[in-house]
Structure formats: C-alpha cells, structure tokens
Design a protein around this ligand. Structure first.
Ligand SMILES: NC(=O)c1ccc[n+]([C@@H]2O[C@H](COP(=O)([O-])OP(=O)(O)OC[C@H]3O[C@@H](n4cnc5c(N)ncnc54)[C@H](O)[C@@H]3O)[C@@H](O)[C@H]2O)c1
Length: 247
C-alpha cells in the first residue's frame, strides 16, 4: 500500500459516520496522522469529541492539533449535523429550521476552513476537501422517493451548491500560498438496512454503473485529492457518483 500521505497531519470531521469511518481507515492506511473528530465519542476508534457547530469547539480543535502535531496538512469536512425535522416536505419547512441547517452545515464549514487556512498560509502548504453532493450540482430526481413518500431536503441543495462554489472561492484566494481546496461530490452510497428498497432500485437504475456507491469508493478519492498526486488540482469538484450526473 503506497503511503502517499506519510506523516501528513489530517483533520477529519464526522469520523464516526458512514463515510467518516471508512475515510479514517483509508487515511491511516496511507500513512497520515489523523485527528478524527465527531460529536459522539469513540475511544476505541481514536475519535475525539468536538462539536463542529460551535466556534469555541473548533478553536479548541485547532489548538489541540497544533499542540499535538505543530501543523495541519489536510482537512476533510465530513461532519453532517442536521435538525430533527431534516427531511420535512418543502411546504412545511420552518424558516427557523432552514436557518439552523444552513448555519450548522454551511456557515460552520466557512469557520473551520478559515481557521485551518490561517495555519496552512503560515506553512505555505495544505489541502482541503469539502464534501458536496450530486444535489449541489443538479436538480433533484424526486421520482426515486415517491414509492415510500420520501423526499430530499430543500436546504441540502442550497448548502451543497454553496459549499461547492465556496470551495472555488477558497482555491482562488489561497492558490498563491500553495494551498489546494477541492470538493468531492458523492452520489448515493449504500447504507446497510437504512435505505428503502425502492430507493435502492430506482437509484441503481439511473446510475451508469447500475448500483449505489460503497463508502471506500469515497474514501480513496478523498485520499487522492489530499495527496501530492493531485498537486495540480485545485478549485475542482470531483463527482464520485457512478455516472449519475453524466447524463
Ligand atoms: N451517504 C451518502 O449517500 C452521501 C451522499 C452524498 C453526500 N454525502 C455527504 O457526505 C457527508 C457525510 O455523510 P455520511 O453519510 O457519512 O453521514 P453520517 O450521518 O453517516 O455521518 C455524519 C457524522 O457527522 C457527525 N456529526 C453530526 N453533527 C456533528 C457535529 N456537530 N460535530 C461533529 N460531528 C458531527 C455524526 O455524529 C456522524 O458521525 C455529508 O456531508 C453528506 O451530505 C453523503
């Protein structure tokens, strides 16, 4: 296994989640020193508890990483905080809920990036991967939810579209400091026993590869974007979606 991130210090948020777990494994296999964080503690998997929706907690996370390792080479923003009514139908979404989700999922990506980029600028190096989605790039196909009365949250499209273009802003602003900022936009990922069979079937039919993705199929492209093998790639939104957005 190539150690393409040997000794690189990488902050990974949302490390206990579906994509976070596998991303931590791939980062470690690649030789990285991973500062894995989640709102839920998990000592067994070396996950530290930080709430990335709170400014003070983010400040503490940056101080912790600097005290422990003295540098930050990479950041992967995988945390996915959302309100309890996330997934409410468009007509019923309360403005307060919309605001809270934008604040937790978009505004805090701004804040984490701002703090990490301060450090990367002094180092004159670094690589950030923000997480978008197919629904940050194209409109929703609601037909894949209709058999079970599901939907896709309206704020999700606004947030993911925002993250993807904010990423381009950062790439442009920090390119001259030898810092790369990219986004990765996953398509649907199979989550054992969590998705309705009709969703899986309909999604798979539309995917050019005839299936949903696997968490490791997101983790390895993330490693690639962080690594020197991607040294001329910045401001890019990498679609990892089995071809969903190609047609
Ligand atoms: N899974 C998919 O099919 C898919 C598809 C497209 C995009 N994505 C994106 O990938 C990202 C990760 O998705 P996932 O499927 O792994 O989600 P997930 O819900 O499985 O994991 C998210 C993790 O974030 C953690 N988290 C929540 N609030 C937090 C907070 N305040 N501070 C720190 N950690 C917090 C959760 O505890 C959880 O472990 C999200 O941005 C999501 O939109 C996922």
């Amino acid at each position: 296994m190539s150690k393409r991130l040997k000794d690189k210090v990488i902050i990974l948020t949302g490390a206990k989640g579906l994509l976070g777990k596998e991303t931590q494994v791939s980062l470690k296999k690649s030789g990285a020193k991973v500062v894995a964080v989640d709102i839920f503690e998990d000592e067994m998997n070396n996950i530290l508890t930080f709430d990335v929706t709170k400014e003070k907690e983010i400040d503490k996370l940056i101080s912790f990483t600097m005290n422990e390792y003295g540098r930050i080479d990479g950041l992967v923003n995988l945390a996915y905080p959302r309100t309890e009514d996330w997934g409410e139908r468009f007509e019923n979404i309360k403005l307060s809920s919309w605001r809270e989700n934008i604040d937790m999922q978009l505004n805090m990506v701004f804040y984490v990036c701002q703090k990490v980029l301060e450090i990367m600028k002094t180092q004159q190096s670094g690589s950030i991967v923000n997480i978008g989605s197919i629904y940050g790039v194209v409109g929703n196909d609601f037909s894949i939810y209709e058999d079970y009365d599901g939907t896709s949250p309206a704020a999700y499209s606004a947030i993911k579209g925002g993250i993807i273009n904010f990423t381009r802003y950062l790439a442009s602003y920090y390119g001259k400091f030898n810092i790369r900022v990219n986004s990765l936009s996953p398509g649907g990922i199979l989550y054992e026993n969590q998705q309705h069979p009709s969703f899986i079937e309909k999604y798979s039919k539309k995917s050019l590869l005839g299936r949903l993705g696997r968490p490791e199929e997101i983790a390895w492209p993330t490693v690639f974007l962080l690594s020197e093998e991607a040294s001329f790639i910045t401001g890019h939104n990498l679609m990892v979606d089995g071809g969903w957005t190609a047609i």
